[in-house]
Design a protein around this ligand. Structure first.
Ligand code: C2E
Ligand code: MG
Ligand code: MG
Ligand code: MG
Length: 288
């Protein structure tokens, strides 16, 4: 059955539907309709600093709410959207919608937006981002763009120059799902990333035994020594969180801290954090 929009395993589509030709065609039709009918919704997942225990920002995550089929996961429809070029209008909508939302949050909170390789095809992405920031009055240093190394595999000058332009505006460049690709390491310095998001497969290795913990520790050290913002994604247990903070990975995101929530619930997450902050300040005051 379909559950809340936050989880990964929410889709009601069968594998066959997305892998077979007929399934892809059907998905294409659904995407076109979804865009027209405004079935796309953005969810926002909170990110926290384990040292200060405070909220630092949110990652925008796309959902498709089909009136009959329920919530469809982006892992199922993003590839089809990329194939058909639909990712362009959808991506533009994601940027505008998420920046507009973030412009209403307290100034210290950041917004992370996932970019698809297909959005770099035309070459107008830097201009689109600049325009959106201006329209929504969101400061560039509050925006982080997340890309996976799939984009960088075809390291054309076109991609390179766009990444440079985006960085020049003051937008932070984050490598998503770090550690899962083939050449993440060389890309890190060639494209001068500002941060890495360690893939949850490493995080989930905590307490499992074997080599994964050593690998995770090494990835954190590597990120820190390169002066990168190091974030762990998919943190689900207190044990994982303890391991991360003990190994100096202070930025976290995951179900343990908060599920992706619709725009309307973001205010509640922020209010809760402000209460925590006020209490912390009060405790410090009482202690002195
Ligand atoms: P991602 O950018 O790596 O996003 C993190 C995914 O992990 C999200 O899945 C999120 O819901 C899920 N997640 C968060 N915390 C936990 C946890 O504690 N445990 C587990 N098991 N999972 C957790 P989601 O929303 O289904 O998105 C999947 C992927 O789809 C994203 O991976 C991203 O690559 C892509 N995607 C999502 N939204 C967008 C978008 O707006 N644009 C583009 N181009 N891609 C998007
Ligand atoms: Mg991401
Ligand atoms: Mg990721
Ligand atoms: Mg991912």
């Amino acid at each position: 059955k379909v559950k809340a929009g936050g989880r990964n395993d929410i889709s009601v589509f069968t594998t066959e539907l997305t892998t077979s030709m007929q399934g892809r065609l059907e998905m294409q039709a659904i995407l076109r309709k979804a865009f027209r009918e405004k079935w796309f919704v953005l969810y926002f997942q909170p990110q926290y600093d384990l040292v200060t225990r405070r909220l630092t920002g949110f990652e925008a995550l796309l959902r498709l709410k089909h009136p009959e089929r329920g919530v469809v996961s982006p892992t199922e429809f993003i590839p089809v959207a990329e194939e058909t070029g639909l990712i362009e209008p959808i991506g533009e909508w994601i940027l505008k919608e998420s920046c507009r939302a973030a412009s209403l949050w307290p100034e210290h909170l950041t917004l992370a937006v996932n970019l698809s390789p297909a959005q770099f095809k035309k070459g107008n992405l830097p201009r689109l981002i600049a325009k959106t920031l201006k329209q929504t009055a969101l400061k560039a240093d509050r925006l982080e763009v997340e890309i996976t190394e799939g984009l960088l595999l075809e390291t054309s000058n076109r991609v390179l120059s766009q990444l440079r332009e985006i960085k020049k505006m003051g937008v932070a460049l984050i490598m998503d799902d770090f550690g899962t690709g083939y050449s993440s390491l060389s890309y890190l310095w060639r494209f001068s990333f500002d941060g890495i998001k360690i893939d949850r497969s490493f995080v989930h290795g905590v307490g499992v035994g074997g080599q994964v913990e050593k690998l995770l520790r090494s990835i954190i050290r590597l990120g820190i020594s390169l002066d990168l913002k190091v974030t762990a994604e998919g943190v689900e247990s207190a044990q994982q969180a303890h391991f991360l903070v003990a190994n100096d990975c202070r930025n976290v995101q995951g179900f343990l801290f908060g599920w992706p929530v619709p725009k309307d619930e973001v205010a509640t997450v922020i209010a809760k954090d402000i209460r925590v902050g006020t209490r912390a300040a009060q405790n410090r005051h009482d202690a002195t």
